[in-house]
Write a protein that binds this ligand. Structure first.
Ligand code: APR
Length: 262
């Protein structure tokens, strides 16, 4: 039994588990952006409680009513543009920069750009980016839209089909090769932040790591289906827990204690 599975873990437990990692994967979901005011999908007041998924985040929904889907995306883009990265997201930028003796790969199912705006250099957006606009005719055209959404609802510049939001929708595959980027990184530990752990194929990443007895620390306000198999599960918000955890992970003291075995 891992040291903390019996009781709710502390950030010191989490730091002891993650500090030895050489290739740390930070995998985040909507709960990480929630503290910046960006609504989650399934919590109270979440997007899926207000909107009908099929109508908005699916190719069929877009084909039926492209104007409604675009209106929803424009509203989400505006909301994210007005949001500011919180201290937990900024702490992750420090972790990526100062994790002693190891490298950190940031991957998220979030479509917002708050991690980039926190100063994180490379973020893998597993479910695409809110600000990308793509061709609905699958000709492969895709571009980052401007703040004025000028690329939305216009014919694709390459083939003339209508343009659509560049996110990954229900029933669609993840962008080619994106999961391989994580496999190639070959993480030996994972910090899982604000994810409900129910949407595949991303939800199987932390589970497979836990099955392989790698350290997987969860930060979540609530219990999730993953919590029972996490190496440790920190209960609380990303904003309140991440700065302290990153402080420990980037401090040499923890690393020296580890080497001394104390
Ligand atoms: N701090 C930490 N965790 C939080 C916070 C917070 N402040 N607020 C909410 N959470 C947790 C919730 O307890 C929940 O486990 O974040 C999770 C949010 O779950 P969802 O709303 O389901 O979001 P997510 O897991 O990112 O959804 C995955 O589903 O619909 C698709 O494409 C969509 O990428 C999304 C995917």
């Amino acid at each position: 039994m891992s040291e903390s599975r019996s009781a709710l873990a502390t950030i010191a437990d989490a730091a002891r588990l993650l500090a030895p990692c050489r290739r740390l994967l930070v995998l985040s979901g909507a709960g990480l952006s929630a503290d910046a005011g960006v609504p989650t999908f399934r919590c109270e007041g979440g997007l899926w409680n207000e909107y009908d998924v099929e109508k908005l985040a699916s190719p069929e929904g877009f084909a039926k009513n492209p104007e409604l889907v675009w209106e929803w995306y424009r509203e989400r883009r505006l909301r994210v543009a007005e949001a500011k990265p919180h201290s937990g997201q900024r702490a992750l930028a420090l972790l990526q920069e100062h994790f002693p003796g190891g490298t950190v790969l940031m991957a998220t199912t979030n479509e917002d750009d708050l991690l980039e705006r926190s100063g994180i250099s490379q973020v893998i957006h597993l479910h695409g980016s809110l600000f990308d606009t793509a061709c609905s005719g699958h000709c492969g055209w895709r571009s980052r839209d401007g703040d004025d959404n000028s690329l939305s609802m216009v014919p694709c510049p390459r083939c003339g089909a209508p343009t659509r939001p560049g996110s990954v929708w229900y029933g669609e595959p993840l962008p080619a090769g994106i999961l391989q980027a994580i496999t190639h990184f070959d993480p030996d530990g994972c910090l899982l932040v604000g994810s409900s752990c129910i949407v595949q194929p991303v939800a199987c990443i932390p589970s497979e790591m836990a099955m392989a007895k790698l350290a997987v620390v969860e930060v979540n306000r609530e219990e999730t289906p993953f919590s029972p198999i996490a190496s440790c599960s920190l209960r609380g918000t990303a904003k309140e827990l991440l700065p302290g955890l990153v402080d420990l992970l980037t401090s040499r003291t923890v690393r020296e204690q580890l080497h001394r075995g104390t």
